[in-house]
Design a protein around this ligand. Structure first.
Ligand SMILES: [Zn+2]
Ligand SMILES: [Zn+2]
Length: 225
């Protein structure tokens, strides 16, 4: 079986006790790109051209800035600033202003690193589906995992056709893992709320203690700095 990407990291993170193994994978992918943009990539012409065209989103600007190589960040952001300048030329009519507003809003949404991460993650979504059909042990891992954040669950659904002839069974196991674990978090939230009833004051909280951190990941994905 020719996979889109190495399966080692997928096995490792699906075996990890976490609310979304794909968030854990994305964290590693993101770190790799941040590292590249603070080191070798900054010297390459192609990268400079892409950074000029797309720039960085606020999250990735902050992440680059919080790390060591500030000169590299300044060089890249300077390249982007140069490309944005034409959008700031004087506007002469209300119609042109409206058009310019849309152009500025669109320009502010693009991110070189977000796009690279997404390109890479699509290979993981497809490989997870392929592994379900072709790796005999992976079925159990998917079945027993704690589900995914909504974003990554939606992505796995979107690329499920990579499971090929196993797609129906894949979707069945995937959706039952997600539903079961979403309900678990819902129950943890309920237990957490119940624990605030004075009649339950001395009962141990158990898993409910982490109800809100678990809900955070299930709803929005894991937050990385
Ligand atoms: Zn996730
Ligand atoms: Zn970004």
């Amino acid at each position: 079986m020719q996979y889109h990407i190495d399966t080692g990291l997928i096995y490792e993170k699906f075996k990890t006790d976490c609310e979304c193994p794909l968030c854990e994978i994305e964290k590693i992918v993101q770190e790799q790109f941040l590292h590249e943009f603070l080191n070798d990539a900054v010297m390459e012409d192609n990268t400079r051209i892409t950074v000029g065209k797309k720039g960085f989103c606020d999250k990735h600007f902050d992440m680059l800035f919080s790390r060591q190589n500030k000169l590299s960040v300044a060089l890249q952001v300077g390249t982007r600033a140069e490309k944005l300048l034409p959008l700031l030329s004087p506007v002469k009519s209300a119609g042109a202003a409206k058009k310019r507003a849309t152009e500025i809003n669109n320009a502010a949404k693009t991110c070189t690193i977000c796009d690279l991460i997404e390109e890479s993650m699509i290979k993981y979504y497809k490989t997870v589906a392929q592994m379900f059909t072709h790796e005999k042990d992976f079925y159990k891992l998917l079945f027993s995992c704690k589900g995914f954040c909504l974003n990554h669950y939606a992505k796995l659904l979107k690329y499920s056709s990579s499971a090929g002839f196993g797609v129906k069974e894949y979707l069945s196991v995937l959706s039952s893992a997600e539903e079961k674990n979403f309900k678990r978090v819902q129950n943890e939230l309920k237990a957490f709320c119940d624990s605030h009833d004075y009649r339950n004051a001395y009962k141990p909280l158990g898993d409910a203690e982490n109800a809100l951190p678990h809900a955070r990941i299930k709803f929005y994905g894991k937050k990385f700095d």
